[in-house]
Every structure is written in structure tokens, then in C-alpha cells.
Design a protein around this ligand. Structure first.
Ligand code: NAP
Length: 565
């Protein structure tokens, strides 16, 4: 029997950090909501990425929700940087505490979403669900790192061993006593390799294409007394984070490298290393705009590799060269370099050996040799920023697909809305600080801003919210111009420019004007009655006022100060 589509005010796609909070908030403002999640549990990226060593490299006190004072007071993290199981447990706790599960449909992958112009609703189809869903609002909470990218390697079907990827790690995979190959040395590959090296594999080969800079994390158990003390001022900490450059507050004072003598710089770096995390490089605030300072930091980090890795040849191969520190994601590690001092661990430098040519029955084949392996693990990253939304490829007005609209890269208004796709919203999507910010801060800001917009629209009796094409173009130009003023524009062979996925257009995927600056821009838009949106400016027949760019009294993002790198 064919049933009519189910009807809700809003569909939220994804039950990760963004989806859970969107569900909570939209329900709070009185909407009927269904959250569709393709996994069997909550967590999003933290549900799927359960590979050995998976851990967040943002301190847990920051990488958590701030919307509930009770929640942030009652939850106790066990480590400075939480491991995946603890983050997943936290997200399950949130789902239970706020009774979110009753509105979540698990094992529900959205296959299509199409705007119905006459009904002013979105028609959403879900794999395996007998009925579709109609909703006024469609909210993508699909995450910046949820559509994996695994390079097509010839012979994958011939490989006789186990073949895994970090983003879909199976339960109970055993690495002990096996010959393991890890392909990729980004955050996922580095964490996986470090953890596996501690589980007594027979041999471990790490296939590195581009070496990354890395700084020590200094993970440690949380001291209960210090945590209690910290929580006394939690809301102040959160507010400062919201107004910061990246969404994360550093745990030491900021310095300027250009003003330091060599001895002062060395002393500062020793101190910064003892603090650990992003502060090690980010505490030197001029590293992103001053080439000399950037090089000074690079040299320091390269020397560190030689200090920690016994074999000088391996240390040389691990050295990053040819790009500025910060243009690629800086890794935050605990014990990564030391694994290369272990017997049976080998760095395979694909720049010297040539690319991986194939998988054979026995292992991985490079131009130089065949490396016999029992298990191959791909840690090759994601179709970042746009991949998950474009996997659904929503269809807007006049049958236009988003893939078509974004053929030259994402165009958005504030990273939140898209012209021709009315009532469709993205949380931490492209064109917002998203994947270059502490994403929990971005998520909460987006959801709060959106909820207020929906309330105001309802008050105005206006059903259809849509970005104008002029304001969308201006915002996208602003996003482009902002990144062009930074070192990020000089090195375009990164996932942030889409360069890791063949055929992906080369537009920078995030707004790097700074989290605090972006927040204020959004606040100003709301205060001004939402220029750039067809609604809720009142009379919807009136021409919408346009967004004119950052207001004159706001310090425009410059090469210094408020870019997020
Ligand atoms: P990633 O940073 O994109 O790294 C992918 C790695 O795979 C790179 O080393 C890349 O080399 C390599 N690769 C890709 N194709 C290859 C090929 N054909 N042959 C050999 N190597 C290949 O992906 P990720 O490590 O999964 O991280 C993705 C994002 O997730 C990061 O930006 C980070 O923000 C986030 N993340 C965070 C954490 C954390 O909080 N600790 C943990 C994991 C991930 P090239 O560099 O040469 O392309």
C-alpha cells in the first residue's frame, strides 16, 4: 500500500554533534522534527571513526556542548583530549538526557530531497523507508568529514588480506602479530599508526605521500580538583571561545615571533611544548602572516623530528618541506615520531618510491617493490565540506540540482543558505568557519542563529526563507577574498581547496575570517532584519534588502589577527 508522505516542520539530516543540537533546538521552538541518521547510533563522525587511537585533538572541555549549564557541569571527562569511545558515550548521554531519540530514525540514509514549489515543502526520500517525508525546512547537519575518500587503487579485489578504512573501522579487528600497512599520514593515519605500533604488529608500514607538521598534544588524565575549579567559570570560558579566532582558547600567552631573539624563541617553544596542542604553533600569533616567523617555526619543528627519531634517514623523510606551516592541518600527536624507533616499523616514502601502483594478492605494490601485508588500512581522508550534502544532491527551484549550482565550488550566503534552495539550511557547511574552526562553537552558533531566524519568520507569517542571489554572490566573494589574503591561498593542494578528490572544484571550503568575527557578522545580519534573505523582512512581496558586506565599523578580516589559521 502506498501511503502519503509523513509530514514534519523540519527534517534534520544527521545525528552527529550538529544534528543532535539542531533537533534539540528546533523542538524547543515548537517545531515537529524528524532527524534522519544513516548509522545505527548517534555520533556522526564519532560513530563511524572508531579506528585504533581515534581521539579528538581539541581539549574536551572545549569540544563539547555549551548550551546546557547542567550538562557541562555534570559531565566529567577523563582525559584532556577525549578518545572516540568517550565522545560517543557523551553523545549518547546527551541523546538520553534530552530525550532526543524519540525523534531520530536510525539506519535511515537520505537518498534524495526535492523542493516542491507549490506546496513550499521539501520531499525527502530515505533508503529502505516505505514512505517519504514532507517538511517545510530541510537542515543538513551532515558534517564536513563524513563522505570518505578512498583512492581507486587497482587490484583492491585481488588482495588476499584484510582491507579496512579508518572511517568505517570494524569492531574486533585484530592487528597483533600481523603485517600491517597504513596508507595516509593525516590525523587519522597518524593516530592509527601510533596506536597499532603499540599493539605488537609483526610489521608496520606507514605509507606517506606528503609529510605533515606535527606538535605534541600532551594528553593526560583530568585532575578532578582542577576540573572542578575550571567549571566555576565555564560560561566565561565558553563566551571567550565564541569571540575567539578559532573557537579554541589557548592555554598560554600569545607572543609575536618577529619580536624575539633566537634565545627567546627557543625558550618560548620549550614552554609551548610543555603546554602542548595547537598552542605550540598558534601561540606565535604572527606565524600566518610573517614568512620569516613561519619558517622559524618550521625549522624548529623539523629539528624536533631529528631529536625524536633515531634514524637520520627516516627523520629526513618525515620532514615537511615546500609549504607554509598552517596551510595544511597541523597534526597533534602523542608518541607518533617515536614509533619509528621501534623494530619492525618502517616509513615508506611514496615521493621516493613512487605512488602506490596497485594492491596485489600479497600486499601493496609501489614502483620499487611489493610489500607483503596481512592488513591494509586506508586513512586517506574525506570529500571534505561538500561531499555529504552533494551525496544527497538536493533539487531546488526549477529542478536545479545543488551539484549543478556548485559546479565551480560552493556558493552560499553566510555558509548557511543557498539561493534557489528555499528553506534549506546547512550547519557548519561550506562558506562558514566549519572545517577550519572548533566546530562545536560553529555548530551551536549556526543552530541558535537559525532558530531565531525561524521564530522571526513565523512571527512575520512568512513561510519561505531564501537567500538572494546578489547577497549570496557578495558573501561568496567575501569568503574568497578573505582566504586570498592568507598563506592558505599559496598552497592549494590541500583538502580545504578540494584538491584531494579528483575533479572537485578548487574553491576554499571554509570562511577564515575568524569565528568571533563571523559570529558578529551573523548577529549584525539578524539585527538589521536579515538583509540578503527574502524573508522575514516583513512584506515578502517587497524586494529583499541586500547584504552589503562587513559593516564599516567592523574590523575587516586582514592577513593578521582574525584569520583562523
Ligand atoms: P587527511 O587529513 O585528508 O589525510 C589523508 C591522508 O591520505 C594524507 O596523508 C594524504 O596524502 C593521504 N592520501 C590520500 N590519497 C592517497 C594516495 N592515493 N596515496 C597515498 N596517500 C594518500 O584525512 P584524515 O587524516 O582522515 O583527516 C581528515 C580531517 O579530519 C582532518 O583535517 C582533521 O580535521 C579531522 N580529523 C581530526 C582528528 C582529531 O581531532 N584528532 C582525527 C582524525 C581526523 P596527501 O597529504 O599527500 O594528500
Amino acid at each position: 500500500m502506498v501511503r502519503d508522505n509523513d509530514r514534519y516542520d523540519a527534517v534534520v539530516v544527521g545525528a552527529g554533534f550538529a544534528g543532535l543540537y539542531a533537533l534539540y533546538k528546533l523542538r524547543e521552538i515548537g517545531l515537529t522534527v524528524v532527524c534522519l541518521e544513516q548509522g545505527a547510533g548517534v555520533g556522526g563522525t564519532w560513530y563511524w571513526n572508531r579506528y585504533p587511537g581515534a581521539r579528538c585533538d581539541v581539549p574536551s572541555v572545549a569540544y563539547s556542548y555549551s548550551f546546557s549549564e547542567e550538562l557541562q557541569q555534570e559531565w566529567e571527562w577523563s582525559e584532556r583530549y577525549a578518545a572516540q569511545p568517550e565522545i560517543e558515550a557523551y553523545m549518547n548521554h546527551v541523546a538520553d538526557r534530552f530525550d532526543l531519540r524519540r525523534n531520530i530514525e536510525f539506519n535511515s540514509r537520505v537518498t534524495s530531497a526535492e523542493y516542491n514549489e507549490s506546496a513550499e515543502t521539501w520531499a525527502v526520500q530515505v533508503h529502505g523507508r516505505s514512505t517519504g517525508i514532507d517538511a517545510r525546512y530541510l537542515v543538513f547537519a551532515t558534517g564536513g568529514y563524513s563522505k570518505p575518500f578512498v583512492p581507486p587503487v587497482p587490484g583492491a579485489d585481488d588482495f588476499g588480506g584484510e582491507l579496512f578504512a579508518t572511517h568505517s573501522w570494524p569492531k574486533n579487528a585484530d592487528v597483533t602479530g600481523k603485517r600491517i600497512g597504513v596508507v595516509g599520514t593525516g590525523s587519522s593515519g597518524m593516530q592509527t599508526a601510533t596506536a597499532i605500533a603499540g599493539k605488537d604488529p609483526a610489521e608496520l608500514y606507514i605509507f606517506q605521500r606528503t609529510p605533515n607538521f606535527a606538535v605534541p598534544a600532551r594528553n593526560r588524565p583530568v585532575d578532578a580538583e582542577q576540573a572542578a575549579e575550571f567549571k566555576k567559570n565555564y560560561s566565561d570560558y565558553r563566551e571567550a571561545s565564541r569571540r575567539s579566532r578559532t573557537g579554541t582558547l589557548y592555554e598560554g600567552p600569545e607572543v609575536r615571533g618577529a619580536a624575539m631573539t633566537d634565545a627567546e624563541f627557543e625558550a618560548h617553544m620549550e614552554y609551548a611544548k610543555s603546554i602542548g596542542g595547537a598552542y605550540v604553533y598558534g601561540g606565535v600569533v604572527d606565524f600566518a602572516i610573517d614568512d620569516e616567523v613561519n619558517t622559524r617555526l618550521q625549522d624548529y619543528l623539523r629539528r624536533e623530528i631529528h631529536r625524536r627519531v633515531d634514524d637520520p634517514e627516516t627523520a629526513r623523510r618525515l620532514e615537511p618541506h615546500g609549504y607554509a606551516l598552517g596551510s595544511r592541518r597541523v597534526l597533534i600527536e602523542d608518541g607518533y615520531y617515536e614509533i619509528f624507533n621501534k623494530k619492525g616499523v618502517e616509513l615508506v616514502d611514496l615521493r621516493e618510491e613512487g605512488p602506490i601502483e596497485a594492491l596485489s594478492k600479497n600486499g601493496i605494490v609501489t614502483a620499487r617493490r611489493e610489500i607483503p601485508l596481512d592488513m591494509v588500512i586506508f586513512a586517506t581522508g574525506f570529500d571534505s565540506g561538500t561531499g555529504a550534502i552533494l551525496a544527497v544532491d538536493p533539487v531546488g527551484r526549477n529542478g536545479q540540482t545543488l551539484r549543478d549550482k556548485w559546479a565551480d565550488g560552493p556558493v552560499t550566503y553566510l555558509g548557511l543558505l543557498v539561493n534557489n534552495f528555499p528553506n534549506m539550511f546547512m550547519i557548519a557547511g561550506p562558506g562558514s568557519p566549519s572545517i577550519r574552526s572548533q566546530v562545536l562553537v560553529s555548530i551551536e552558533q549556526h543552530v541558535d542563529w537559525l532558530a531565531e531566524l525561524l521564530v522571526r519568520s513565523r512571527e512575520q507569517g512568512c513561510n519561505t526563507i531564501e537567500a538572494t542571489s546578489t547577497s549570496e554572490r557578495r558573501w561568496t566573494e567575501h569568503v574568497d577574498q578573505t582566504v586570498e589574503g592568507t598563506i592558505l591561498a599559496r598552497h592549494r593542494d590541500t583538502q580545504y581547496w578540494g584538491a584531494n578528490v579528483p575533479g572537485k572544484p578548487g574553491r576554499y571550503l571554509a570562511y577564515v575570517g575568524g569565528v568571533g568575527f563571523y559570529r558578529e557578522l551573523c548577529e549584525r545580519v539578524a539585527e538589521a532584519g536579515y538583509p540578503g534573505l527574502s524573508c522575514p523582512q516583513g512584506d515578502t512581496r517587497r524586494e529583499a534588502a541586500e547584504w552589503d558586506g562587513p559593516p564599516a565599523d567592523m574590523r575587516a578580516p586582514t592577513r593578521f589577527g582574525n584569520t583562523v589559521i
